[in-house]
Write a protein that binds this ligand. Structure first.
Ligand code: NAD
Length: 360
């Protein structure tokens, strides 16, 4: 349906003010109905399709508001037809207070009218899309026979990461490590029944030694060196997810100098990613170019490949686009009264007045 037809039909039905809202409950119901593996696969396909038309998008590093304890970010993009933005925070210290490190919500809107078309929770959706993008990158960059992944940091993102690799790559074994043993045990429990061999390592060395893929997904607002140079061997693929903010990194810079580095949007990653530790002109390859066949991925079996993930707006756009399709196909949502919709567009005050407003 073209946009004018859509709005004419909505007006005729008296629903022009209503916008579908996908709550956390709705998202969980959707995942129950779809299965998480299928959702991850479909989101990855949407991201890949959008990465293949990368030049169509308006791109800007996200707008970040930093505080001592964390960051609040707005992530906008558009392809000229749809517009999306996500609100997301990153507060590692929240964990101490029993709060999430990352929470998010977002909007998809119609560029032709500027009207919002979908409002959604994005805390779960961000975990899904981050994992889907990590697996997409690994499918293009890791050695094809990769079977074993180490996951350092077993918090909110961890299971999503593992299940995306299980679904999209040949990974069948996950070695878990976290400074907090509770987190690894939680992860192990949550993965029960998912056809992935998961074990808890006693040390980070035990987790990463000989693994085909190493995912770092810790949260600490510091220049951490979760992985040091001696822990990384020839041929490994590194999926560095947790370093996503100025002053917040996970890899020792010596690793970066040995690795072939792949990024989302270089202008954003140079500010936020592991490569903030390198010279501003250090060569990196945009992941979309590898997916589009415009740039080489892995050069040799021995090469160390690094996906320096920070999370980019186009991935959220793709995830919301996926969700819009699900809502259109009947996925649970609530129609919320989000848009003021007077019968005559200029009579906004009249609408308020007719609702009972008295002169004061
Ligand atoms: P979380 O707080 O739920 O979990 C982080 C885990 O890391 C905790 O269990 C903590 O004990 C562990 N940890 C901290 N320091 C460690 C260390 N030195 N060694 C081992 N484990 C350690 O956080 P989360 O929601 O899972 O997010 C993890 C990170 O991923 C955050 O930094 C977040 O900002 C980032 N993130 C990135 C993207 C992206 O697109 N790149 C998306 C979402 C989240």
């Amino acid at each position: 349906m073209t946009n004018p037809e859509h709005y004419a039909a909505a007006r005729a039905a008296g629903r022009l003010n209503l916008v579908p809202f996908v709550s956390v409950d709705h998202m969980m119901a959707l995942l129950r109905a779809e299965g998480v593996g299928r959702a991850l696969e479909e989101i990855a396909a949407h991201v890949e399709a959008d990465f293949l038309r990368w030049p169509d998008f308006e791109k800007t590093p996200r707008l970040a508001s930093h505080s001592l304890e964390g960051v609040i970010e707005l992530m906008p993009t558009t392809d000229g037809r749809d517009y999306a933005f996500k609100y997301v925070n990153g507060h590692p210290k929240n964990l101490r207070d029993g709060l999430q490190t990352v929470t998010a919500f977002g909007v998809l809107a119609d560029v032709a009218t500027g009207y919002p078309a979908l409002l959604s929770e994005m805390t779960i959706l961000t975990a899904l899309r981050t994992a889907a993008v990590s697996a997409l990158a690994a499918r293009a960059l890791a050695r094809p026979e990769s079977r074993v992944m180490a996951v350092v940091g077993n918090g909110a993102q961890a299971e999503f990461q593992i299940l995306a690799f299980r679904r999209l790559t040949g990974v069948r074994e996950a070695r878990l490590f976290d400074l907090d043993p509770w987190a690894s045990e939680k992860c192990l429990r949550n993965l029960a029944g998912f056809d992935i061999r998961a074990t808890v390592a006693r040390t980070i060395e035990e987790a990463v030694e000989g693994a085909d893929v190493i995912t770092t997904v810790t949260a600490d607002k510091s220049r951490a060196a979760i992985l040091t140079d001696n822990m990384v061997g020839a041929g490994q693929h590194l999926n560095a997810v947790g370093g996503d903010c100025p002053g917040k990194t996970e890899l020792h810079p010596d690793i970066l100098r040995r690795a072939d580095i792949f990024v989302e949007h270089p202008e954003q990653t140079r500010i936020e990613g592991e490569i903030q530790q390198l010279a501003p002109d250090h060569p990196v390859t945009e992941l979309w170019r590898v997916l589009a066949g415009q740039a080489p991925g892995r050069r040799s079996r021995e090469a160390i490949t690094l996906f320096d993930s920070v999370g980019f707006a186009i991935e959220d756009f793709s995830a919301l686009r996926w969700l819009r399709g699900k809502v259109a196909a009947g996925a649970p949502c609530l129609q919320i009264d989000l848009l003021a919709d007077p019968d005559e567009p200029r009579d906004l005050f009249g609408m308020v007045r007719r609702a009972g407003l008295q002169p004061d």
